[in-house]
Design a protein around this ligand. Structure first.
Ligand SMILES: [Zn+2]
Length: 81
């Protein structure tokens, strides 16, 4: 009985160590791929997109060409709440 218990504890602690190291890798990947909100449709868009506009020194990202065009025509409309 005792041996089984020791093996169980060993397996659990090893599993916890392994889980910790894999979550660390995941959080690093998230930092590299950050997300901003599309001001037109409020969708989350990756900042790696090519669809960007700068207005009043602020950079905005868009999910598609349609949203970018709408924003460029009348940015104020989408920045007001
Ligand atoms: Zn959009």
């Amino acid at each position: 009985m005792k041996t089984t218990l020791i093996i169980c504890i060993f397996a659990l602690s090893f599993g916890a160590l392994y889980a910790n190291s894999s979550t660390e890798q995941n959080s690093k990947a998230k930092v590299a791929d950050s997300v901003k909100i599309d001001p037109v449709c409020k969708m989350k868009v990756k900042t790696s997109t090519n669809l960007k506009s700068t207005y009043q020194k602020q950079e905005y990202v868009f999910c598609g060409k349609g949203c970018k065009l709408k924003f460029d025509k009348n940015p104020e409309q989408y920045l007001k709440k």
